[in-house]
Write a new protein. Structure first.
Length: 174
């Protein structure tokens, strides 16, 4: 039986005879030092992955994006067709500003809808305002646009959509 007590190479205290000496990189250390050294050696827990705005997108946002994208395509096509119809009809020419306005609106809708469909969308600039324009345009010249605008306003009032927009820092969703 070894009567000489071991000396911990780390803290320098003698390791009692009934204590179990541990080996740390071919040095004898006490139990506490061994567990402390093992702890230091263990890889630091990796910091939580940064949570970019837009992560955890609720499915309602994709639904809004798809509706808006489809409505944008419709408004572009219908705006063009409706303008042609008005152009070739008497007095209809005076209504053409309304029909032609559908085309830029449709382009904005396509851009906004495509963004909302992305896995991690960028901050939407004017999600509610665009819905109101969709309704106004719909009442004037393109009924499907009004339906989509109302649907989007309803969807945007849902809790999951609201908290997503608020998380993105969009104004009016706090
Ligand atoms: Zn020690």
């Amino acid at each position: 039986m070894n009567l000489e007590s071991e000396i911990c190479a780390n803290c320098g205290r003698s390791i009692g005879r009934l204590e179990e000496p541990y080996l740390w990189q071919s040095q004898i250390v006490c139990a506490e030092c061994h567990s402390r050294l093992s702890c230091d050696q263990a890889p630091a827990p990796s910091p939580p992955a940064p949570n970019p705005a837009g992560l955890g997108k609720p499915s309602i946002i994709s639904t809004i994006g798809a509706l808006r994208l489809g409505c944008g395509c419709w408004n572009c096509l219908w705006g063009l067709l409706f303008s042609l119809i008005l152009f070739f009809s008497l007095l209809g020419v005076f209504c053409m500003p309304f029909s032609l306005a559908l085309i830029p609106l449709g382009i904005f809708e396509i851009i906004d809808g495509a963004n909302l469909l992305k896995a991690v969308p960028e901050k939407p600039k004017w999600p509610k305002g665009l819905a109101i324009l969709e309704i106004v345009a719909g009442v004037l010249a393109s009924l499907p646009s009004a339906v989509v605008g109302i649907l989007i306003l309803v969807f945007l009032s849902r809790d999951d959509a609201r908290s997503f927009m608020a998380g993105m820092g969009v104004e009016g969703f706090n």
